[in-house]
Design a protein around this ligand. Structure first.
Ligand code: FUB
Length: 313
């Protein structure tokens, strides 16, 4: 791993450029990567860990975005969204995801609600993938008093969105309990009830859903990957329908060893699948100072995802 001090020197000589080696961003701590392919470009939306080296909790105030045309050279596109953009939120810029629909970009985020105890999910909108983004609703889309599946106040986290081929959009999210709802085509409202997703696991423990759902579709099959157990592995299930039933398929990545959490996105860019995740591998990194990393992979012939090792340089 390239020492942070050396990375900082390189940053000063090469203003907005990040590096190809894992972790891919070395001048700041980034977490919860959500990648979006749009117009021959990959946009990588991340959380931003600002805890001190001895910190014992998350310090997360805003979200960052990077872009690349080759998954090797990354350009820092700034910090286009902060918790302060949401008048209903009071902190904790936790994981989110951006998706495009009809030329608008919707950024689903999680933050701590000011008046309804617990985490909540909001949505910001922009005409550009790099912002500026503004709160689309002026209130949260999902709050803790609407969802009673887990009994905890931080279950309304980690939104992931997919628009199916027929135009129906789905929002998934959760901690301990996994939930989904059908979004309307305006992408900022929903119809029908909030549903709990039963997942079939091979066993309890390391494969059990913890958080960080990510939904993607390939060759007519829906893939639901998620952080499982503790420390978190990344596991996945598949289904022939976005509403299940889901069949457990295995672990994609074992716990990283440097961060208790992991959080993934899975994309295909120029015909190559990528698994994007976080660890604590930078010098003085760890649970609250995480870093985004990327692995290339190929699906097995039967559509399953192989187990992936972390790489670093
Ligand atoms: O970054 C804060 C939280 O840690 C995320 O919401 C979870 O997925 C875990 O990565």
């Amino acid at each position: 791993v390239r020492p942070l001090s050396m990375a900082l020197v390189m940053l000063w000589t090469s203003a907005a450029t990040c590096f190809a080696d894992n972790p891919v961003v070395r001048n700041t701590y980034t977490a919860d990567p959500a990648a979006m392919v749009y117009n021959h470009m990959v946009y990588l939306y991340t959380g931003h860990d600002e805890a001190s080296a001895t910190g014992t909790g998350y310090v997360m105030r805003d979200w960052k975005v990077y872009s690349s045309t080759d998954m090797v050279n990354w350009t820092d596109r700034g910090t286009p969204l902060a918790v302060s953009a949401f008048s209903w939120a009071k902190g904790d810029a936790w994981a989110g995801q951006v998706i495009e629909r009809n030329g608008k970009f919707y950024w689903y985020i999680c933050a701590e609600h000011k008046t309804i105890p617990g985490k909540a999910i909001g949505v910001a909108v922009s005409d550009s993938p790099t912002g500026p983004f503004r709160d689309a609703l002026g209130r949260a889309l999902i709050t803790n008093d609407m969802t009673k599946f887990s009994g905890i106040s931080w279950d309304d986290i980690d939104p992931s969105v997919m628009i199916d081929d027929n135009g129906q959009a789905y929002l998934y999210w959760g901690n301990t309990a996994l939930m989904y709802v059908k979004l309307n085509s305006d992408m900022i409202s929903y119809s029908g009830s909030i549903n709990n997703v039963p997942l079939t696991q091979a066993s309890f423990g390391p494969t059990q859903f913890t958080e960080a759902p990510w939904i993607h579709k390939r060759n007519g099959l829906y893939y639901l990957s998620y952080a499982s157990g503790w420390p978190e592995a990344i596991s996945y299930s598949t289904s022939t329908s976005p509403t299940g039933p889901w069949t457990y398929r295995g672990v994609i990545m074992a716990p990283t060893g440097t961060s208790g959490t992991n959080h993934q996105s899975i994309i295909e860019f120029k015909g190559q699948p990528y698994f994007i995740y976080h660890n604590g591998a930078l010098p003085t990194g760890g649970d609250y100072r995480r870093s985004v990393a990327i692995e290339k992979f190929n699906y097995n012939a039967d559509g399953t995802i192989p187990t992936l090792e972390q790489t670093s340089t």
